[in-house]
Design a protein around this ligand. Structure first.
Ligand SMILES: [Mg+2]
Length: 386
């Protein structure tokens, strides 16, 4: 439920004034700080969207560790079926209600130079709806919190654009923007709480239900948003790539499509575990493996790559499958299914469904293969070598 998005190198100094809380910890996004490399070498998680550094200490906590710390401090009381640790919370009841929140913060998750206000409105809602999709829920409403920088170049038209992008997406899925809050803020902040519902008699699909023997699948195509961000970051590096390919990738980055219809079909089709791919297939698969207590195998050769991934990674000199694995912001659904259900579901999903691996018994981990051979994953750091 934490904010998810492509990590950007942001200096701690940039964030310090925003992020020193009353307990004296400093929130930062030091994706490129020495701690990140150190933790990767140690085989620790690089969940470096949010790190907490004790004010006088040198040990950085990852987002996962911070979530665990918070989860140990608060109690899940009667009335809540699924609490902290999944894509969304589920409230007891029949039908059950599902709720999730995502934050988009300027210069952490987006830059105004590379995304228009209509894009931001779309994306802020889309990423929250994607978490409802990951539970197999139907979206109903959204509450929108907006922090606006004072004395900035923002005007009425910008806010109008923001809500037009959001409303266009809301209308397509029958979602109502039903409330929210406005405040002045040191940076542009968008917080969307999405509320959804499961059909009567239906349980949510959680992350922790994967079983050995399940087939691992993804909806749609992956890697497009990641290479789209690379294209925005360094246009010169992709000089020879056809413009249509670059535009398609950037569109994936700016306008993710929540897979709500697919989520419901997969729920009804017997999905044992599901989550959305927000931070990258590799790290999200590891989260699912940990929640379920299983080993997940991914065949890099089977990944359904967005058509822009090959030309852009060729230009950047990167491996296309590894780029897609690490890219993030795909907002496709990563789902575990009983073997016999896969082919039927694959024909019924508009976005498409591709088997990319499987679930086996073993310690919670992700193993990568290509053409049957194990792939060493040192270049990704956060996945253990196989
Ligand atoms: Mg999610």
């Amino acid at each position: 439920m934490a904010a998810r998005g492509k990590r950007m190198p942001v200096s701690v100094a940039r964030l310090d004034p925003l992020a020193v809380d009353r307990t004296g910890v400093t929130l930062g996004v030091p994706g490129e700080l020495p701690w990140a490399a150190e933790r990767r070498r140690s085989g620790l998680d690089p969940y470096d969207l949010i790190w907490v550094m004790p004010a006088k200490g040198a040990v950085a906590l990852s987002e996962l560790e911070l979530i665990e710390r918070i989860a140990s401090q608060v109690r899940t009381r009667p009335g809540v079926v699924v609490g902290i640790g999944d894509d969304a919370a589920v409230l007891e009841g029949d039908p059950a209600m599902v709720a999730t929140q995502d934050l988009l913060v300027e210069d952490v998750h987006f830059r105004r130079s590379t995304a228009g206000f209509a894009d931001l409105g779309h994306k802020a809602l889309a990423v929250s709806l994607s978490d409802l999709a990951a539970m197999g829920a139907k979206a109903v409403a959204a509450l929108v919190g907006l922090g606006l920088p004072a004395g900035d170049a923002l005007d009425d038209a910008d806010i109008g654009q923001l809500y037009s992008g959001m409303e266009a997406l809301a209308a397509r899925f029958g979602v109502s923007v039903a409330g929210g809050d406005l405040t002045a803020a040191p940076a542009l902040v968008l917080s969307v709480t999405a509320l959804g519902r499961l059909p009567t008699g239906c349980a949510a699909v959680r992350r922790d239900g994967a079983r050995p023997g399940d087939v691992l699948c993804t909806t749609g195509v992956i890697g497009g948003a990641g290479v789209g961000l690379s294209a925005l970051d360094d246009p010169a590096a992709i000089d020879g790539v056809p413009e249509s390919m670059v535009d398609a990738a950037i569109l994936r980055h700016r306008r993710p499509e929540p897979r709500l219809t697919e989520g419901e079909l997969l729920r009804d089709g017997g999905a044992t575990a599901m989550m959305d791919i927000s931070d990258g297939l590799g790290i999200d698969a590891l989260r699912l493996a940990r929640a379920s207590g299983v080993t997940i195998e991914i065949d890099l050769g089977a990944l359904p790559l967005h058509p822009s991934v090959e030309p852009i990674t060729a230009s950047l000199g990167r491996d296309p499958a590894l780029a897609a694995l690490a890219g993030g912001e795909d907002y496709e659904l990563l789902v575990c299914l009983p073997k016999e259900e896969v082919s039927v579901l694959a024909t019924g999903l508009t976005a498409g469904l591709t088997a990319i691996g499987g679930v086996v018994e073993g310690r919670p981990d992700v193993r990568l293969t290509r053409g049957g051979d194990a792939v060493r994953t040192a270049e990704l750091g956060y996945l253990h070598d196989v």
